[in-house]
Design a protein around this ligand. Sequence first.
Ligand code: ADP
Ligand code: MG
Length: 317
Amino acid sequence: MNEFNAIEKYFRKLTMGRPEALELLDDAAALTIPEGHELLISSDTLNAGTHFLENATAKEIAHKALRVNLSDMAAMGAKPYAYQLCIAFPEKPSEQWLESFTDALLLDQKEFGVFCSGGDTTSIKGALSISITMMGTAPKGKSIKRSGGQDGDALLLSGVIGDAFLGLKALRGELDNCFNASVINAYTRPTPRLDLIELLQAHANAAIDISDGLVADLNHLCMTSKCTTDLRISDSLFSKSANKLIDTGAITAENLITGGDDYQLIIAVPQEKKHLFLDLKIPCIEIGKLKKGSGAVQILNQAGSSLNLKQTGWSHF
Ligand code: ADP
Ligand code: MG
């Protein structure tokens, strides 16, 4: 099997027969944006050993690669449309790997309403690398930026954080008392919060998805919005299993607020709109209030005194 057979046999099905993909027979895809809409586009690369463990399965890699890219669309309040898939293989992939990888992508495509419009398949002297460029649409002017946060806005978190950090620790064998399927699932199959895009478009001033860590990404939102905030550590930020582990001393709350891979959203909304997010079936969690100003987010411990963190989150350099 060569590259072209692989495209025909495994990647073509990802187009789901959409005419825009031109059956992967052309040099480019031909996409059309609906009248009155803008195109949101974002790329995320996953490298073996950095973004997923070297022994990750094809299925796990596929789910993670697509979902982290969909999460960027959720953060922008954009409806996913199509994506480009670029893969660099260190060695010829087995048909079993390709089948399992593309079947997993197809499953998520159906769940989240997106198709593959093309990509690139190459070889690399290095580790397996998967790069996805995701495209989504939003009515013109309705997409959400990190920079839109206003003085006095309520800061909300779309769900508890820290389970993905625990999942990675569990996969590495560093959490012997908590080899817990749900935390591993949080790490390998994050849920992009696309269920929130209509609410975001209608009411949010700013949003960001948490890939690097709660503190790091809250800092990003505050900086671009020219605002600051206090973040007080509380049990409500974490899942039951995470709180249990904090109680036993196996991990600290600081680990969880600076660990990455959560893919929940931080949302800034006017105070009078926050109830719409706090009354959801899966309710958002109120974590603070934006105030005009510059400077890093101030972290407070449970007792309310200021904490100095060694690091705020993940950084490649
Ligand atoms: P070119 O030589 O013009 O770069 P390629 O041979 O790389 O074209 O690709 C042929 C077609 O297959 C293109 O339509 C491209 O979008 C598609 N394609 C290649 N690799 C992938 C992939 N990994 N996933 C989806 N489509 C792919
Ligand atoms: Mg090419």
